[in-house]
Ligand binder design. Structure first.
Ligand SMILES: NC(=O)C1=CN([C@@H]2O[C@H](COP(=O)(O)OP(=O)(O)OC[C@H]3O[C@@H](n4cnc5c(N)ncnc54)[C@H](O)[C@@H]3O)[C@@H](O)[C@H]2O)C=CC1
Ligand SMILES: O=C(O)C(=O)Cc1ccc(O)cc1
Length: 309
């Protein structure tokens, strides 16, 4: 535990799955708050939180949970932020920081903003860190170490509240970057959302192929396909909500993806090996530059013309 003072005397996390339970574990390990409050819709989850001992208070009563909290972080599926915010809004402490962990920003900001009282500081955030596992047992304190956390607050956000919340994420081990919700949603559509859709699709296609039996899919699932099955094992509720709530950017990226796939399809059909070779050479360089930067994700340059084919 660190000797630094508490950043938020009372921290409340709502939705105690992979992300919520990791925040609680890290806040306790690094001594970021005096009192940790956990709230969830599910009594079963709250029972498990009590068994794990990762919060000082665990409850299904959201109003009581946020009362007197200096910081409230919602970690629920992307479709549930509006309903939760509507319930907690009358109980929020003036001056509190309110945030979220949603993988989508534009739609989550739109769901929450109408309910939030003017006296709180709303700092939407997305920790770009996770796994294919979910639930309170899946979390761990080190999840956010050396990962990005993207903040998307309004331009007129209170500077002191922003600095304090940035310090909170930095003490969790993250690097913080600020951008608009719209830019976040386009970047993440490319680097996370569409890749997950591709994984769900290829695993579904393999599962459907009548000439390949289930046992062969398992037996020969080496390398690339195995990596896809890990991603395609991610939580169905969470990912359904991501696609429904980042529709515009995902459809835009999918349009480009489909055109590029058709180009590769044509190159294979006509035996145009140079086209395949050129692309595979370029993508290998992308991987190398990610490794050279010591990162596992890289934001693409959207300002650059396509110029590939
Ligand atoms: N799983 C991942 O790798 C990452 C997830 N995120 C985002 O963080 C959020 C949480 O994701 P996970 O922790 O993975 O989910 P999870 O499925 O592990 O946990 C979600 C929790 O929210 C609770 N919940 C659902 N509806 C609720 C409601 N209306 N009110 C209160 N609690 C409710 C569930 O009972 C569950 O305990 C999502 O918005 C997700 O997009 C962000 C970064 C990474
Ligand atoms: O497990 C993986 O490969 C991930 O990509 C984790 C992840 C999932 C969702 C996010 O919003 C951020 C990170």
């Amino acid at each position: 535990m660190s000797d630094a003072p508490f950043l938020f005397d009372r921290l409340c996390v709502i939705g105690i799955g992979l992300i919520g339970s990791s925040i609680l574990r890290a806040a306790r390990s690094y001594g970021l708050s005096r009192t940790l409050v956990a709230a969830d819709l599910s009594q079963k989850v709250i029972g498990r939180v009590e068994e794990l001992g990762i919060a000082d208070v665990a409850t299904t009563d959201f109003g009581a949970a946020v009362t007197d909290a200096d910081c409230v972080i919602l970690c629920v599926p992307s479709g549930a932020f509006g309903v939760v915010t509507e319930i907690i809004a009358p109980h929020l402490k003036p001056g509190a920081v309110i945030s979220d962990s949603g993988s989508v920003k534009g739609a989550v900001v739109a769901q929450m903003s109408p309910f939030l009282p003017s006296g709180v500081h709303f700092i939407p955030a997305h920790p770009v860190a996770g796994t294919e596992h979910s639930g309170p047992d899946a979390g761990f304190a080190e999840l956010f170490e050396n990962r990005w956390c993207i903040f998307t607050p309004a331009e007129n956000i209170d500077a002191e509240a922003l600095a304090r919340y940035r310090a909170f994420w930095e003490r969790l081990g993250s690097k913080v970057e600020r951008m608009t919700p719209e830019h976040h949603d386009l970047v993440l559509a490319v680097t996370s959302h569409v890749p997950h859709l591709i994984a769900y699709n290829i695993v579904g296609t393999a599962d459907d192929l009548e000439t390949v039996t289930q046992s062969e899919v398992i037996k020969f699932s080496a390398g690339g396909f195995r990596d896809f099955t890990r991603i395609a094992a991610s939580d169905p509720t969470m990912w359904r909500d991501v696609f429904l709530n980042n529709k515009k950017a995902v459809l835009e990226v999918l349009g480009r993806f489909s055109e590029d796939l058709a180009y590769l399809q044509r190159a294979i059909r006509w035996g145009e090996g140079d086209k395949l070779f050129d692309l595979f050479t370029r993508t290998r360089a992308v991987r190398r530059s990610i490794i050279d930067q010591g990162q596992e994700t890289a934001a693409p340059d959207f300002g650059r013309p396509h110029g590939k084919h």
